[in-house]
Design a protein around this ligand. Structure first.
Ligand code: NDP
Length: 251
């Protein structure tokens, strides 16, 4: 038995059209899963799906909207007949101090990063039950553990992701569904390219604090995706796993 084989499994990756989500989608796809690449940008999702191979396809959805999430999950289930794996990865950030952050900005970040994970997990749950089990992978952050003066909404959403993970893990363990949270360190993506423009000293701070001495690459998420989506992790649930080049271990 290949512990890491995902042949015949169907995965949804929110925000799978770029960055860390694309790295996860590549890993799942290479292990044999059919991957639904979910995002708002239809063209970007189509390009990402075609780069993954014939078993991947794009689904357009804004995961902050419950109606979009329901339609997206119904489309994947209708097309593939089952849903085994959900990667809650879509995310955004508004970098402002708490006294400057508008309520609408707070809600956008919380809705995109945290409420979306709840909505997608809830919508996938009956399909995973029907398949006899499932795997949910939630994308946290170093901001699940630490904070900065310019991260009130982002850190709140990512801290919440850890507790949502533990809540779903305890609720659905009896259904054979494992729910885990991975915490990326600093990874070179569109999101952090914008951060580096906004916070000029960020690049040097990241290099100084990360024992690996570099930014992470999106393809370094293939391995954690396959592990947490496969039989190899069947007794791992409610866990919080750093993928950070040692950032969180460093003082
Ligand atoms: P990107 O900006 O490259 O990716 C963000 C993805 O989320 C895009 O695919 C985007 O697709 C999708 N997305 C955003 N909003 C929505 C929405 N409302 N509905 C559907 N999809 C949406 O950034 P990263 O790869 O860096 O970020 C991915 C995740 O990783 C986020 O949760 C982020 O917080 C987390 N993370 C990133 C770190 C890093 O260093 N890069 C560190 C720690 C965590 P589209 O625009 O088409 O909707």
């Amino acid at each position: 038995m290949d512990l890491f084989d995902l042949s015949g499994r169907v995965a949804i990756v929110t925000g799978g059209n770029g960055g860390i989500g694309l790295g996860m989608a590549r890993g799942l796809s290479r292990a044999g899963a059919a991957v639904a690449v979910v995002g708002r940008n239809r063209e970007k999702s189509r390009e990402a799906a075609s780069s993954l191979g014939p078993h991947a396809f794009a689904v357009e959805a804004d995961v902050t909207r419950a109606s979009d999430v329901r339609a997206m999950v119904a489309e994947v289930a209708g097309r593939s007949g089952r849903i085994d794996i959900l990667v809650n990865n879509a995310g955004t950030n508004v970098r402002k101090r708490p006294e400057e952050l508008a309520e609408s900005e707070w809600r956008t970040v919380l809705d995109t990063n945290l409420t979306s994970a709840f909505l997608c997990s809830q919508a996938c749950h009956p399909h995973m039950q029907a398949a006899g089990g499932g795997k949910i992978l939630n994308n946290g952050s170093m901001m699940s553990l630490f904070a900065t003066p310019w991260s009130p909404a982002y850190a709140a959403s990512k801290g919440g992701m850890v507790q949502l993970t533990k809540s779903l893990a305890t609720a659905w363990a009896a259904d054979g569904i494992q729910v885990n949270c991975f915490l990326p360190g600093w990874i070179d993506t569109d999101l952090t390219r914008r951060a580096r423009e906004q916070v000029p000293e960020l690049h040097d701070r990241v290099l100084a604090r990360t024992p690996a001495g570099r930014w992470g690459d999106l393809d370094e998420f293939q391995g954690i995706a396959v592990f947490l989506a496969s039989r190899a992790s069947d007794f791992v649930t409610g866990a919080v796993i750093t993928v950070d080049g040692g950032f969180s271990a460093s003082g």
